[in-house]
Design a protein around this ligand. Structure first.
Ligand SMILES: [Zn+2]
Length: 313
């Protein structure tokens, strides 16, 4: 077997190692380098919209090729976003991460950019001096985003949820430790816990059992729990349809019952009916004790859960 068999030909005079990422190869085939959100995603960092292939191309280059075949010209049908600019680095096949992040900030919504940078910080792929350098390279209008970054967010969905909630005027604390429960993703207005579940971290029945036990412990302490999936946060802010429907209905008083996790775990008939009544009386499928309501004043679970996530990303 010859040496060349371990390489893949991208275009004339450009060969890449056989194990190269398909998207890196496709960008080379087009005539450039994997760039922007595509390069950030290939580095294992959260990117909200992964639908296109973003490629840096030297302004002097002509005749771009199809990502699928070096024999075809690049057509407008291919989902390719070309960033024409000179490569400000010597590496042949890749864009430095900080450069890709800076380009990606200009190419995405502010929320998506913040979630991406949060994740890069969380994974310690960049530090605060990199962040300063990235924003120094951008037009001044982007500086406002820098103050909104929070590397404590453990997932992109958590960052987006935080921004959505702050956007509708909620007070949001990040990664809050609650006695007897542990850390929760977000604590909203002091009494609503929002856990941003993703399939990667919450697969399997065991994980579900653990989450549900946490929910009961939180309810016992007077917290309401919402668990929107990452998919819902990104595509269909949870509560919006239910909330809109409920807002149109005439209001009626709902009994607020209190129960302890001990009584539910012991599964007596009384506890079971209290649990069923609680879950039915709450639009979010969560229960809230009277102590939480008195602690937080006028908030009601129904109206607040309806307000959550009503604004699309
Ligand atoms: Zn781009």
């Amino acid at each position: 077997m010859g040496v060349l068999s371990t390489f893949r030909r991208a275009r004339r005079d450009v060969y890449m190692a056989g194990g190269v990422n398909d998207e890196v190869l496709a960008a080379q085939r087009i005539g450039g380098r994997l760039d922007c959100v595509s390069s950030v995603e290939a580095a294992g960092i959260f990117v909200l919209d992964r639908s296109g292939l973003h490629v840096q191309v030297e302004p002097t280059r002509s005749r771009l090729r199809s990502p699928n075949s070096r024999r075809q010209r690049l057509s407008t049908a291919a989902r390719v976003v070309v960033h024409w600019r000179p490569g400000a680095h010597g590496a042949a096949h890749s864009i430095p991460l900080t450069e890709a992040l800076a380009v990606a900030i200009r190419c995405q919504s502010p929320r998506a950019s913040i979630a991406m940078l949060d994740n890069a910080l969380h994974q310690r792929r960049i530090d605060s001096s990199d962040v300063r350098a990235i924003f120094a390279a951008l037009p001044a209008k982007y500086a406002v985003l820098q103050a909104l970054l929070d590397g404590r967010a453990e997932a992109g969905s958590e960052s987006i949820a935080r921004l959505l909630l702050r956007g509708i005027g909620c007070s949001v604390e990040v990664q809050v430790r609650i006695d007897g429960v542990g850390r929760v993703d977000l604590l909203v207005d002091g009494w609503i816990v929002v856990e941003c579940d993703s399939r990667a971290h919450h697969g399997g029945w065991e994980a579900q059992q653990r989450d549900r036990r946490r929910d009961l412990l939180l309810a016992e302490r007077g917290y309401a729990v919402l668990r929107p999936t990452a998919h819902l946060i990104f595509t269909d802010p949870p509560g919006s349809r239910v909330g809109a429907r409920r807002e149109r209905q005439p209001r009626r008083s709902r009994p607020i019952r209190s129960y302890t996790s001990e009584s539910v775990f012991s599964a007596t008939d009384a506890a079971r009916s209290a649990f069923v009544a609680n879950t039915r009386s709450s639009s979010a499928g969560s229960a809230i004790s009277s102590s939480a309501r008195s602690r937080t004043g006028s908030n009601s679970l129904t109206t607040t859960s309806a307000r959550l996530f009503l604004k699309s990303p």
